[in-house]
Design a protein around this ligand. Structure first.
Ligand code: PDD
Length: 299
């Protein structure tokens, strides 16, 4: 017997994901006119659900879509979806678009149409051993995204192209740079440790305010380290004692190699006796604490 088909939720109905259908006139399909969230689920419990739903409210407000569900309804629907998919560890995806109009017009539908509401889950993958033991590699690329990266918009073409370029160059993630300064990864928050200070980009329109970022920064403070919210000049990353990336689906990832667009590359962080880069001790501590916190958090 194969795996049971995953259940999705579309416009207030639960159904097998493989049977979910939307109109080709949906503005998410035609214009990328919508927003989304990715929420990690541990042991059947969504981690930092309220913070994700707050950010959903923010994204919807910024693109002027009225939230189609009340907070209790989101909690109920997402909880039931997780349960129908067997609980355990999952990655919960939800998306809201401006809905399907009768034709294609850049301006909002008038009168307005119901927003399209969709959610699904997929397995939450543990960190690959290669990355845990040797660290990940990143490729520095120009940030070609729009000027409102604080909105979690489904319009992700620049992120998609950056990630694919990184993959083709043998790197795990793209790190995006504007005017010589590092912003974030294509789908991750970036941190660099210098001595006792963790540097990460400030919350403004140029980065997504990561939910994991807030949790990591709390752990950084609790560990007695300082935080400097600043844009790191690209050239300074090489001198970092450690470098990390975080996201809801990947927790805290150590970075040990940086590729530059001209094909050059350099190590970042500690080096072992045989000259190989290794994830650092501060990463090991914080990643362990983050994992424990997420796994043991109450809903
Ligand atoms: N990405 N920066 C960008 C551009 C992101 O897309 C993400 C998340 C993050 C980290 O945010 P959080 O800690 O809230 O997951 C930072 C999700 C996981 C995605 O697109 O799949």
């Amino acid at each position: 017997m194969g795996q049971p088909l995953p259940t999705a939720w579309l416009n207030d109905h639960f159904l097998p994901l493989a049977e979910a259908r939307i109109s080709p006139l949906d503005r998410g399909f035609l214009f990328g006119d919508g927003v989304y969230e990715v929420i990690p689920v541990y042991d059947g419990r969504p981690f930092r659900l309220e913070a994700h739903l707050d950010r959903l409210d923010y994204s919807l407000d910024e693109i002027r879509i009225r939230n189609p569900l009340s907070r209790p309804d989101w909690r109920r629907v997402l909880g039931e979806l997780v349960e129908r998919n067997g609980g355990g560890d999952q990655s919960l995806y939800l998306q809201v678009t401006r809905g399907a109009d009768e034709g294609r017009d850049h301006g909002f539908p008038d009168p307005s149409v119901p927003a399209t509401r969709f959610a699904m889950t997929s397995p939450l993958k543990p960190m690959p051993n290669r990355i845990r033991e040797q660290g990940a590699s990143v490729l520095l690329l120009p940030d070609e995204r729009w000027a409102r990266c604080d909105i979690k918009a489904i319009t992700l073409l620049a992120n998609v192209l950056a990630r694919q370029t990184a993959r083709e160059m043998g790197a795990d993630e793209a790190v995006l740079e504007r005017d010589g300064q590092l912003m974030e990864g294509s789908s991750t928050t970036l941190y660099a440790l210098f001595g006792e200070t963790v540097v990460t980009a400030p919350r403004d329109h140029r980065i997504l305010p990561g939910i994991t970022r807030e949790v990591v920064l709390d752990l950084v403070r609790a560990a007695g380290l300082d935080i400097r919210e600043a844009h790191l000049p690209c050239g300074e990353l090489a001198a970092a004692d450690e470098c990390w990336l975080s996201s809801s689906s990947r927790e805290l990832i150590p970075v040990t190699r940086v590729h530059l667009a001209d094909g050059a590359s350099h190590a970042v962080g500690p080096v072992d006796d045989s000259g190989r880069s290794r994830p650092g001790p501060v990463w090991a501590r914080l990643a362990g604490e983050l994992h424990e916190l997420a796994r043991n958090a109450q809903a």
